[in-house]
Write a protein that binds this ligand. Structure first.
Ligand code: WT7
Length: 635
């Protein structure tokens, strides 16, 4: 089909204009020509951002796994669908063909059915980066169960909160995971979590590290013997276009995590279309995204997007530094990777190691480099471009969110001229707007403000699981009739977008989205703590790291402070996970507050950034005197 692969900038503008002027016609054509439907839609789009209610392809019937697997069997049955590269480089890579994927997904789907899982039930998946993770996801989709993947680096508290929020009946887990030279005991975390999850009836266990774990009778079962017995045929459940496909939690600026709900047809159409065009994927290319499937990047661009295109997608279990910092380049060389998609934090960590490790490998297969998760700084961009792309492979700086489901602003490689630190142009069908504090759209170029989206796109999250009110408040109440992203952005003189960072209380650390409130809640659980506030500050590798201001009930010092620091980070690790640990903890006598008692984070942020020349007017604070103390005692 002509409008599937975009070939040059003029064509991009043509297609873009069509997608904006006639969105229904545009997406209908894409949907008709590139997917298999059990029944076509009655209506392409209906929407109302004031409710908000968004429906794409209403009335259509389909199963996403028929699009990601079955339809490829005739032409691509023996092609590698998933190329699994284990943590240990001496363990052989596994090539899972589309035929084999079909069999394994069906077997898993049958095991789920045998355990009482039906259409609409929620299944929590807490599995590390091994093929069973992708297979579990697809098995849920096969039978219409709603998967909720929890990143296997989250703590037991984070896991149980997520299981309970969506009433999961089943957990699929692994005994443990490999992380470089270490192993992590996942079953212990699951057992702890399930102490407070009465709704979970069964736990299916994948064996990965062969650790000696305890199985709870009547609840836990080893998966492999069940799979061995299961049939390799399982009819696909016929789903409505707007049936939920999955829930994925993301942190909010306040309170508990938000279970973003993605539905079936729109998500499929947009992730597949964006995968093909944003990566310029061609048949026989080998594509690799280094994200974890526990995040949206992995859902959309390791599993669904690539498989819907019949692509070969690499699934890497390990970490960039094991057995040494050359591992990524080794894998690119070994599997002749054509599209490589990673995060700025990884690029910075690898750049720090110099280019010697890179030069040992042949990276000539690379055609496209991708970046995602946080703004990519100029230095990292150039290192990536010079050393990995050898100045010939375009870098696509892709901006998007868990909520958007798929890429929203990105260059199209070999089509859009790139510009360091700019995500450049909206993807097809996306209508961004820059809005000022008063909620007015700033038209024209050379403007800066809050980034919003004016019109629905097919893969947008439809609601927050069982909390539609919060969905409306968070995304549709800041600016009338627009989706508010929570990010700031500018549009330059040619219309290119640059994302300037979060404008709310979400902090992006090493590409992970962390809310300040849950971290502060964890700190405040410490018996010695009176109150706390978290802000971000610039960090060489992480991009942004966490700086905590903590007021103790009784001002201690020296050893007491050292102990409390350690205990605070332990608490955070237990409640959320090690990714949320604080890099700096400063003890304070008090925190600057407005007269209504709200902590003035803006001031704390400036102090953490060592930029105290312009703190603005602090005279209206309830306790302006504490500001100088905090500056004097800053770390
Ligand atoms: C937030 C969303 C997109 C999947 C992974 C993260 C930040 C993401 C970029 C980029 C600047 C970026 C934004 C966004 N972000 N990509 N290319 N340039 N910032 O998904 O965890 O939902 O986080 O990540 O602040 O709002 P997420």
């Amino acid at each position: 089909m002509s409008n599937y692969h975009i070939k040059h900038l003029e064509e991009y503008y043509q297609i873009y204009r069509k997608s904006i002027r006639e969105p229904e016609n545009f997406w209908e054509e894409v949907a008709e020509e590139h997917f298999v439907w059990r029944k076509k839609w009655d209506k392409v789009l209906s929407w109302d951002f004031s409710k908000p209610e968004i429906k794409w392809f209403e009335g259509a019937k389909l199963n996403i796994t028929e699009n990601c697997i079955d339809r490829h069997l005739v032409t691509r049955g023996n092609k590698t669908a998933i190329l699994f590269e284990p943590n240990n480089p001496d363990e052989p890579a596994e090539h899972i063909s589309y035929n084999e994927l079909h069999e394994r997904v069906n077997q898993m789907a049958n095991v789920l059915k045998d355990h009482g899982i039906k259409k609409g039930d929620r299944v929590c998946i807490y599995v590390p980066m091994i093929p069973e993770l992708a297979i579990s996801i697809l098995a849920c989709a096969r039978i219409g169960a709603i998967h909720s993947v929890v990143f296997a680096g989250f703590s037991s508290t984070a896991l149980s909160t997520r299981i309970n929020d969506s009433d999961c009946k089943m957990v699929i887990a692994a005994d443990g995971s490999y992380r470089g030279a270490k192993t992590i005991d996942l079953k212990g975390i699951v057992d702890e979590a399930l102490e407070s999850c009465p709704g979970v009836e069964s736990v299916l266990m994948v064996k990965r590290i062969n650790s000696d774990i305890k199985m709870k009778k009547g609840r836990d079962k080893w998966l492999q013997p069940l799979l061995d017995e299961a049939s390799t045929q399982c009819p696909a459940e016929i789903m409505d276009a707007e049936d939920p496909l999955f829930i994925l939690y993301t942190s909010g600026s306040t309170g508990k995590p938000k279970g973003m709900v993605h539905t079936t047809a729109g998500y499929m159409v947009y992730t597949a279309y964006s995968f093909k065009n944003a990566f310029q994927y061609r048949e026989n290319d080998v594509y690799w995204c280094t994200a974890d499937i526990g995040w949206i990047t992995g859902h959309s661009y390791i599993v669904y997007g690539p498989l819907a295109n019949g692509a070969t997608t690499v699934l890497f279990e390990g970490i960039p530094s094991y057995p040494d910092f050359g591992r990524f380049w080794d894998i690119i060389d070994k599997h002749k990777v054509n599209q490589f998609y990673t995060a700025p934090t990884a690029i910075r960590a690898l750049a720090k190691q110099g280019s010697e490790l890179v030069e040992k490998f042949d990276l000539s297969s690379i055609k496209v480099l991708g970046s995602v998760g946080e703004p990519i700084n100029e230095e990292a961009w150039h290192w990536y471009n010079d050393n990995i792309g050898k100045n010939k492979s375009p870098i696509i700086d892709t901006w998007w969110q868990t909520e958007t489901g798929a890429i929203m602003i990105t260059p199209i490689p070999y089509v859009t001229p790139t510009k360091p630190t700019y995500a450049t142009l909206p993807f097809i069908g996306v209508q961004p707007a820059i809005v000022n504090e008063a909620g007015e759209e700033l038209k024209g170029n050379q403007v800066e403000g809050r980034l919003c989206i004016k019109f629905p796109w097919p893969s947008m999250a439809r609601t927050i699981w069982r909390d539609h009110k919060r969905y409306k408040e968070t995304y549709f109440s800041t600016v009338k009739n627009m989706y508010f992203t929570g990010d700031g952005a500018l549009r330059d003189e040619v219309g290119y977008y640059r994302i300037t960072g979060r404008v709310d209380d979400v902090i992006i650390v090493s590409g992970h989205n962390l809310g300040t409130a849950p971290i502060e809640d964890a700190i405040n659980e410490h018996p010695a703590v009176a109150e706390s506030a978290i802000v971000g500050f610039p960090h060489e590798i992480k991009g942004t790291a966490l700086y905590g201001y903590v007021t103790l009930k009784d001002a201690g010092e020296g050893r007491i402070h050292d102990n409390v620091r350690k205990e605070i980070n332990q608490l955070i690790t237990e409640r959320i996970g090690p990714i949320a640990k604080l890099d700096k903890i400063q003890f304070t006598q008090g925190l600057p507050k407005t007269r209504s008692g709200k902590i003035m984070r803006r001031i704390l942020r400036k102090i953490a950034e060592r930029d105290t020349s312009n703190l603005g007017d602090i005279s209206t604070l309830l306790n302006p005197e504490c500001v100088q103390d905090i500056i004097d005692e800053a770390l």
